[in-house]
Design a binder for this molecule. Sequence first.
Ligand code: SAH
Length: 245
Amino acid sequence: MHLTTNYLVAILIGFSAFNANATETDFWVERRAGMIWEIQATVDYTREETGVFEIDQEVMHSLSRVPRHKFVPEEIRELAYENRPLPVGHGQTISQPYIVAYMTEQLKPKKDYKALEIGTGSGYQAAVLSGLVRHVYTIEIIEDLGKRTKKRLKDMKYKNITVKIGDGYFGWKENAPYDIIIVTAAPDHIPPPLVQQLKPEGVMCIPVGGRFQVQNLTLVRKDKDGSVKTKRIMPVRFVPFTRKD
Ligand code: SAH
């Protein structure tokens, strides 16, 4: 029953995406609607384990508007809307759509929020967030990847995303504090500067675990008084968080 309702929602979202992107070919629009359906189905199948019963409609809407095929290398565009991670060069990956949806949902983004992302990669997660918050600041450590993504986001006219090349361990002090922080590479501990740059009542979603350990997607919440609570929410697999030598 629940699945059926969500299926209808997925179709409606696909349809509204079609209207919003009138110049896009049906081919990609249909595939994207399929991806939305798969995310919805994954939410339904995993609800007992994850405790997430549905993804906010605004988040789903943002996912339905971002042309994921433009964020992956030309040779694998056909695979862009499958619910799996894909290589984006330099040994890095664009996360699985379900994980992007799940992490975005955990952050509870709002229109007036300032967000920080560590691990720009292809820029896909930043693009999804950009439809939900006021501004996204994002940091990539691999210079070539960061430069290419900066150009991609500019060409695609994402005006509320700023990309910086550097080591995200230290965050981005100039624009702090942030309402939400998302880390899309796994460090073996939570970088203290990121906790410092989180606003009171802010939340960070970060995979934590060493190279050969289980990584745990972790939620870090800062209370009004500045005290911090962490909660592990699910085992995940991300590329390692690297450091500049
Ligand atoms: N969010 C990306 C997925 C990125 S994969 C997307 O939507 O496509 C993780 C990225 O984190 C990689 O590009 C990797 O180079 C980057 N990364 C790893 N360690 C980092 C660090 N210390 N600072 C900034 N970026 C880092």
